[in-house]
Design a protein around this ligand. Structure first.
Ligand SMILES: [Mn+2]
Length: 441
């Protein structure tokens, strides 16, 4: 199967982007922060997303008729990003056409046919040799370019530079042909550009760990972070604005910036930011909720023209529950990876409007946990099933026996624990698991 095409990032934009498997807050804060940055003059800011939004986020986007952010499935520099569209010559063009390009300063001249396909390159060395050949000058000048064209190492524009860098360093040539997926001429990439490519500029919202970021974020330039999660930040070459503030949602921080600058987001955006706050705080029932979340939600609800509690209930019930999807979809829709005590841990969370469906789905979900645990070589994998209406959770777990035995929760069935009134993965579950796994054995 062909890999899905990578949505190409643009060197002139700065992407405001949430984590992979974007939830409502990741989508809303990306949209909101990009809007805010534009409003204060940073017109290169573009809202982006690292994947398909979760169903609740889709519900909110539809509810407020807000277009989804731009999809970016990877941010690695590619040959397309360093290709310069140097003018080409036709294969049957006489040599002076290529000489004119050399006189303009081009080192190599791509030979491209009428259909846009490259037939090789003419180098200045090959031109010099043609001039020195013992031949009548008129005849020599009448030769078509293709007679002295040489084959060139060719890459596709979506090929990642990092996949080919070591081969390039060993190669003798300095100039490479870049073609489109259809094999049409795009430009010439030089060794100098390949070794120092432009990097995608990213502002991370609602996460600060590269393991949760858009693919190839380690090859991008992180120029800002706005988040409300625990710190696990990537190091950067230069100082960057880095805001991690323990409020209920990233949307809270974005909306506060807007309010503090007397900028009222338009209704669809206010509705999305309100959705981000209500989603992450479970309509203020989560222990992560702060007074700042309540205050900004009231301001946003007025701009969005909705009643907070009623809309919040509608939003939380938009979570798709346990019956409409496969166990793998449920498990992967909002799953995060962690390093705890040097071990690989993965924790999914699914929001349901009631826990009644769980007993029927338990065996299938545990089988899906087993499979992911094996595939990804995890020490522990969990699925937190949170009843967002009642504000309580169950935990399905697979992993090493000593960990399952050390968990300080009531075991109610094989691989199932009662988390009582826990609702926050970040603030309640992760610290408990960290304490168990980082404890010296
Ligand atoms: Mn969030």
């Amino acid at each position: 199967m062909m890999p899905p095409p990578k949505d190409r990032w643009d060197t002139t934009r700065t992407y405001v982007i949430g984590h992979q498997r974007p939830d409502t807050d990741a989508i809303a804060s990306a949209l909101g922060y990009a809007w805010y940055l534009n409003a204060i003059g940073h017109t290169d800011a573009t809202a982006a997303r690292a994947g398909q939004p979760a169903e609740q986020a889709v519900f909110a986007l539809r509810r407020f008729e807000q277009p989804s952010p731009f999809l970016l499935t990877g941010v690695a520099p590619t040959f397309g990003h360093v290709a310069v569209p140097q003018p080409s010559v036709l294969p049957d063009a006489p040599l002076p056409a290529a000489m004119a390009r050399v006189a303009e300063g081009d080192r190599v001249i791509p030979v491209v046919d009428e259909t846009g396909r490259p037939a090789g390159i003419v180098t200045s060395l090959a031109l010099a040799r043609a001039y020195m050949a013992p031949m009548n000058v008129t005849l020599m000048l009448a030769q078509p370019c293709q007679t002295i064209a040489e084959p060139a190492v060719t890459y596709r524009e979506r090929d990642r530079l990092s996949d080919h860098r070591s081969a390039l360093l060993r190669s003798e040539t300095d100039d490479f042909l870049v073609v489109s997926e259809e094999g049409k001429y795009v430009g010439i990439a030089t060794r100098r550009h390949i070794l120092a490519p432009p990097r995608a500029r990213l502002i991370l919202v609602d996460h600060n760990e590269l393991s949760q970021a858009v693919a190839d974020a380690d090859e991008a330039e992180i120029i800002g972070v706005l988040d409300h999660h625990r710190l696990a930040n990537p190091s950067t070459a230069t100082p960057i604005p880095f805001v991690v503030d323990p409020v209920g949602s990233t949307s809270t921080l974005v909306a506060e910036y807007c309010r503090d600058h007397n900028l009222e987001p338009p209704r669809p955006l206010a509705g999305m930011l309100l959705s981000g706050v209500l989603s992450d705080t479970l309509v203020f029932r989560s222990p992560t909720t702060t007074d700042r979340d309540r205050s900004i939600a009231a301001w946003l609800a007025r701009l969005a023209g909705v009643e907070t509690e009623a809309y919040g209930d509608e939003l939380l019930r938009a979570s798709p529950g346990l019956t409409a999807r496969t166990p793998a979809e449920i498990l992967d829709s909002d799953r995060k990876s962690y390093q705890m005590g040097g071990m690989k841990v993965s924790i999914g969370q699914v929001e349901v409007a009631a826990l009644q469906e769980l007993p029927d789905r338990r065996a299938d979900l545990l089988a899906a946990l087993d499979e992911r645990c094996r595939q990804e070589g995890l020490t522990l994998i969990c699925l937190m099933v949170t009843d967002v209406v009642m504000g309580r959770s169950r935990l399905l777990c697979r992993g090493e026996t000593w960990i399952l035995q050390a968990l300080p929760f009531n075991r109610i069935a094989d691989g199932e624990f009662d988390l009582d009134d826990m609702v926050s993965r970040k603030k309640q579950l992760v610290p408990v698991l960290m304490a168990v796994l980082e404890e010296p054995r």
